[in-house]
Design a protein around this ligand. Structure first.
Ligand code: ZN
Length: 476
């Protein structure tokens, strides 16, 4: 974490009373705020399964009603897919605006026999809320709904403007979200986007995630002849696409693990000393990481620590190689064609389209004579990096520290959350990722859970953060 004296005045301390009244409200309403989440979890809003379309719609209505009960103006918007629920608080002219994003759809629960309790009959056992969607993401976004409700009850209003966008298609890639955001940009523009759809780096360790990697995914096809050829009759006189592909791929990285594509690192935001110190403070268990993957070594780019390579550096990995003969026995063929799938995880400020062009140029340049190369783009996603010097980060961190009584850890993640990039790009909001779950919440897997304590602490943290954000952003 950054040194305390780097942080704005507002973040230096949060009055105990700002936490205590919300905690008191939660203690008085604990059973009800839990019961309401369980009701939402009992709706099987599986977005990928057309048989559940009615349940998805029912969940959208449930969310809108909950937002209305929290004192907001809520609306269910149909899309070409599943509905988007939006809500807005009573407008305070000149006050900053916080947009809270979540998703009410869930992954399928199969295999059902692996669950110890029915996935859509939410229950609480040993301090854990057990249900599909408990942590991803119903429990996490609903904590924000309950936080707004608490502030309305305690203060008779909110200290800033709050908007909600809760979608029903996150688990199927949010196909209709960007057009929706563009269409409703005027109503949804915000200073800050609060997103809770992730995990704290360790139990009892309040976490703000500030970096997400992007992606460029390509298919490489090489062709050398009009048909497969006999290696006895043609071997020695023709190019072999698989040999060529292997040689081409071997040029993509140097002996130090650096990606050897010209211009690849041009736009990369380097890991500086402050960031190196921040990442060193993350309680990352290298042995557990290695045991989990059953690996004995962690090779990678020279000059960077493991966590830096996993979170803050770009990568290049081959996902598949195909062509020729891989069946039983032998076949002396020189295949006409070979194929490879590969991708780069990207970091700020790399442009996935530019990386695609660089890869395309590189692979054509290094292709041996007589080898036709075709590189096609399969997928592209931009990286995201929250500017840590933005006052919203310190304000959110102050709230988390007041609630947990522990310093915040600033983490990045090696994966991608395209929605976060869109909130930043389309709405101009600075994304702040306030993670409430835990790594072992078993997202997308049987026996998903969300700790009761994390739900309640999440509500508390959200309510206090809305107060500290109002103070930090309103004073600007
Ligand atoms: Zn999620």
């Amino acid at each position: 974490m950054p040194p305390a004296d780097d942080r704005p005045e507002t973040a230096a301390r949060v009055a105990a009373s700002q936490v205590a009244d919300v905690a008191g409200y939660l203690a008085a309403h604990r059973d009800r705020v839990l019961a309401e989440l369980l009701d939402l979890l009992r709706i099987p809003s599986v977005s990928t399964d057309p048989a559940h379309a009615g349940d998805v719609a029912r969940a959208a209505d449930f969310v809108a009603d909950a937002l209305r009960r929290a004192g907001l103006e809520a609306e269910v918007h149909p899309t070409a897919g599943h509905p988007v629920v939006t809500a807005a608080s009573r407008e305070i002219p000149g006050a900053p605006t916080v947009l809270i994003y979540g998703h009410y759809d869930v992954q399928p629960a199969e295999p059902l026999e692996a669950w110890t309790t029915p996935p859509f009959d939410a229950t609480i056992r040993d301090g854990r809320i057990l249900a599909r969607g408990a942590s991803d993401d119903k429990g996490q976004f609903f904590a924000h709904v309950k936080a707004v409700e608490a502030l309305q009850a305690l203060d008779g209003g909110l200290p800033l403007n709050v908007r909600f966008v809760v979608e029903g298609e996150e688990e199927i890639g949010s196909p209709h979200l960007t057009p929706f955001l563009l269409q409703h940009r005027g109503a949804l523009e915000a200073d800050v986007a609060l997103v809770s759809d992730g995990a704290m780096v360790a139990p009892e360790t309040p976490t703000i995630t500030y970096g997400l990697r992007g992606l460029t995914y390509v298919t490489v096809r090489v062709r050398t002849a009009g048909r497969d050829l006999h290696s006895g009759a043609y071997g020695g006189g023709v190019a072999n696409p698989l040999n060529a592909l292997a040689a081409m791929i071997a040029t993509l990285k140097d002996a130090d693990g650096r990606i050897a594509v010209a211009g690849f690192y041009d736009d990369v935001v380097e890991v500086d000393e402050a960031e190196r110190a921040r990442l060193a403070a993350v309680p990352f268990d290298r042995d557990a990481f290695m045991a989990d993957a059953s690996i004995a070594v962690t090779p990678g780019e020279a000059g960077y620590g493991l966590l830096e390579r996993l979170w803050a550096r770009p990568t290049l990995d081959v996902h598949g190689l195909g062509g020729g003969f891989v069946g039983r026995g032998s076949k002396t063929v020189i295949p006409a064609e070979g194929i490879a799938k590969l991708s780069c995880r990207l970091v700020a400020n790399q442009d996935p389209q530019r990386v695609f062009r660089l890869l395309d140029e590189h692979l054509r340049r290094v292709a041996p004579e007589g080898v036709d190369v075709d590189v096609s783009l399969e997928g592209a996603g931009e990286p995201a990096l929250t500017p840590l010097e933005h006052p919203a980060v310190a304000a959110t961190a102050a709230a988390l520290e007041a609630v947990w009584g522990r310093p915040v850890v600033y983490a990045r993640t090696g994966g991608s959350i395209p929605v976060v990039v869109e909130l930043q790009r389309v709405l101009g909001a600075v994304p702040v990722l306030l993670d409430m779950g835990l790594e072992d919440d078993r997202l997308h897997a049987p026996n998903e859970k969300f700790e009761v304590r994390h739900y309640l602490q999440g509500i508390l943290a959200s309510a206090v953060a809305l107060r500290t954000l109002a103070a930090a952003l309103g004073a600007r």
